[in-house]
Design a protein. Structure first.
Length: 384
């Protein structure tokens, strides 16, 4: 039997975590897809986002054999207490694994991005380094803490830490973002995000004219724009409900949202974070998914909604465009509340047969995307 290559992944959060959103799903799906070709190792935190308690049933600061979903093959995950993960420890772990490829995710983590880069520069043997920004180089993403990020990116450019690194772009837009910030690079390969497989058929839900059950499923912060959505829902007097799912990552922003929610009892409910295994059930209980985001690198929750046959209302700042042309929902303008209200009202006034057409269009969009993925070809090229 030919020995498989060893792929070492660094990221702040990984399975069974879920509160950090899409990147965890991207990495989990990637690991499942690549298990046949690679021995996969992950170094990550022992806690979920904003949690002070380690994951249950994991050995902290040790290697764990982990099964991802129904896949029978195991991967190795080192769940670290961050305070113990210094340069020396990371060097020891890399020496233990002897990886062919190290895959760094995100850009702004000291422990799981910058420190591994510094450590890897001192290794004599050739280890391929691949960096995936995970949308962090988007113009909108760089606006938050803009000065610090600008200084940090300048440091990365002039330190030489990235000179031998390759880049993974998940879309043509991200390729442009990488080239804009790091025009001198060793190479960029596009390999699309790997989503969860869509359902084989969607389960219909009863839809009456003049009613609409919406669901929001995302992190709660200014970037996801829940406050604007609540203001819009407040303007719609009857026939609508909104269930909100997702972890609070910006307490000040959440307080503004919570005040509005309290003004709409029975109409809007906050139901907390939801585990990935329950997402399909949550989406299927509602007529449509809504996310007035300021920008998504992929939008796993959007895709999951398509995958269960639920149409989507979202902005023009995601990869999911021309939704109405595909009978899968609507793209709305953030600059026009009237546009958002109009599109919500169109769904409210839909009778069952027309609504069913949008459910089918949503699932068709998901299946078409998933069936066109050449996952193994693209990622084998990336990690070869």
């Amino acid at each position: 039997m030919v020995d498989k290559k060893r792929l070492l992944i660094f990221y702040d959060w990984f399975f069974p975590g879920f509160k950090a959103g899409g990147p965890i799903q991207s990495l989990t799906n990637l690991a499942v897809a690549l298990i046949p070709e690679f021995d996969i190792y992950v170094i990550t935190s022992c806690r979920d986002l904003s949690s002070s308690i380690p994951y249950p049933n994991v050995k902290v600061d040790s290697w764990n054999d982990v099964q991802l979903r129904e896949n029978p093959n195991l991967i190795k995950v080192f769940y670290s207490d961050k305070k113990n993960l210094d340069k020396q420890k990371i060097a020891i772990l890399i020496n233990e694994i002897t990886p062919s490829v190290v895959y760094l995710n995100g850009m702004f983590s000291y422990t799981f991005f910058l420190v591994p880069l510094i450590v890897l520069r001192k290794f004599d043997r050739a280890i391929k380094i691949v960096i995936c920004p995970r949308g962090m180089l988007k113009k909108g993403a760089l606006l938050g803490k803009a000065f610090k990020k600008k200084v940090y990116i300048k440091y990365l450019k002039f330190s030489g830490l990235l000179n031998t690194s390759y880049w993974h772009a998940t879309s043509r837009e991200e390729l442009c973002d990488i080239n804009n910030q790091f025009p001198s690079n060793k190479g960029i390969i596009i390999a699309g995000n790997i989503p969860r497989k869509p359902l084989s058929s969607f389960h219909p839900i009863a839809k009456q004219v003049g009613e609409l059950k919406l669901v929001y499923l995302a992190l709660i912060n200014e970037h996801k724009n829940l406050l604007l959505l609540l203001q819009i829902i407040q303007e719609i007097k009857s026939g609508i409900s909104l269930d909100i799912y997702g972890p609070v990552v910006d307490e000040n922003y959440w307080r503004k949202c919570h005040r509005l929610i309290e003004e709409m009892p029975g109409k809007v409910q906050y139901k907390g974070p939801v585990e990935p295994r329950l997402i399909h059930d949550v989406l299927e209980r509602n007529h449509a998914f809504i996310l007035l985001t300021k920008g998504e690198n992929f939008g796993h929750a959007i895709f999951e909604s398509f995958g269960v046959g639920r149409p989507v209302i979202t902005t023009h700042y995601t990869p999911w465009q021309a939704l109405h042309e595909n009978d899968a929902g609507w793209n709305v303008s953030l600059e026009s509340r009237d546009d958002c209200i109009n599109k919500i009202d169109k769904f409210m006034q839909m009778p069952q047969l027309e609504y069913n057409k949008f459910c089918l269009g949503a699932q068709t969009l998901a299946n078409n995307y998933y069936n066109k993925l050449h996952t193994n070809t693209a990622y084998n090229k990336l990690f070869s």
